[in-house]
Write a protein that binds this ligand. Structure first.
Ligand code: ISE
Length: 335
């Protein structure tokens, strides 16, 4: 079966997903595209022979669309995810699932009513081979328990429209989800530390920040979010256990040795750095949809991450005080 996909959002992320489905992955075809900017939808759709829909409702309810990929801004995800659930169609929604915990709970209620997991949140790092190796080493247990995790999330620059809240709900949310997945436990408290601010930032932006989190069992996690660090897109993670420390390779790039030194080429964006993880994530979703199954992170994961984001934003707005993360009871659908 070829899964017929409808794409909502033809910006950078949407076009990257369309290209990978068209060129690199098997078992699916993008048959419809919509975007608030109609020309953007047309430019993306035409080369792969997809149709353009006037709006997301038409695309979701189109009988020729089996499943939906949402790659719009976080703020507008929730209504479209709810429409997909109502139509009984699987949806791969880019992170964040929604920008408020309440919107995530509304999605959870709708999915509960449908009695079936239909929503996958685009937390692609769960499909990154190095993070998976790290998790396998931890889960094997031979090195004792996790004690600490150090993360660095650096971007070369961000547009003027990027806000201090986005440093958490658009950027740090990757570490928030990855840490929950890696350690297999929830985050219970969070605070934001503010180092000296960089002069490279736009005035309205607090940058860098350090997100400090603690989990149920007491693991301490720090995450440097630094989005104007010129040199490139760089993700680091070191997990400290009782008998060993394991560190992620930073770049998915070749190693160069020349007269200037011995170094890695540098990624400039997440699309570049996590190409392998994105491909694995979307292929696994296509394979699952084809056999009417769910894969990847769930609405619960989207909710838990957004609840941590809300607590972190509260800390940011209150001089970095520690804020407790309160989660509702996990419904049986997600146990
Ligand atoms: C972007 O949306 C991402 O997902 C990237 O991984 C992150 O590094 C960037 O800061 C976000 O804006």
């Amino acid at each position: 079966m070829t899964v017929r996909i409808g794409l909502i959002g033809a910006g950078g992320m949407g076009r990257a997903h369309l290209a990978r489905i068209h060129d690199d992955l098997a078992g699916a075809q993008v048959v419809a595209v919509t975007d608030v900017v109609n020309d953007a939808a047309r430019c993306a759709a035409e080369p792969c022979g997809a149709k353009v829909c006037d709006n997301s409702s038409d695309l979701i309810n189109d009988p020729e669309v089996d499943a939906i990929v949402i790659a719009t801004f976080g703020k507008v995800h929730a209504p479209d995810v709810l429409k997909c659930i109502e139509a009984g169609k699987y949806v791969l929604c880019e992170k964040p699932l929604a920008t408020t915990a309440q919107d995530c709970l509304d999605i959870m209620a709708a999915e509960g009513k449908a009695g079936k997991k239909l929503v996958t949140v685009g937390f692609m790092r769960r499909f990154d081979s190095a993070y998976n190796e790290m998790k396998t080493i931890l889960d094997r247990g031979a090195n004792g328990e996790a004690l600490l995790v150090h993360n660095r999330h650096r971007n070369p620059s961000v547009p003027e429209s990027y806000t201090s809240r986005m440093a958490i709900d658009d950027t740090a949310i990757h570490e928030i989800d990855t840490m929950r997945w890696l350690l297999g436990e929830e985050i219970t408290e969070v605070r934001i530390d503010r180092p000296k601010l960089t002069q490279r930032r736009f005035d309205h932006l607090i940058d860098p920040v350090v997100v400090v989190m603690r989990t149920e069992s007491g693991v301490l996690i720090d995450d440097e979010v630094n989005v104007n660090l010129e040199y490139g897109y760089s993700i680091e993670c070191e997990l400290v256990m009782e008998n060993a420390a394991v560190r992620l390779g930073d770049q998915e790039k070749i190693h160069i040795r020349d007269i200037h030194g011995d170094r890695n080429a540098m990624c400039q964006s997440h699309i570049d750095r996590f190409q392998g993880a994105f491909n694995a994530e979307v292929q696994s979703w296509i394979n699952a949809v084809a056999v009417d199954e769910h894969t990847g992170s769930t609405t619960w994961d989207g909710y838990a991450a957004t609840a941590v984001v809300e607590a972190a934003v509260e800390s940011l707005d209150n001089d970095g005080r520690t804020v407790t993360v309160d989660l509702v009871e996990r419904p049986s659908l997600y146990r």
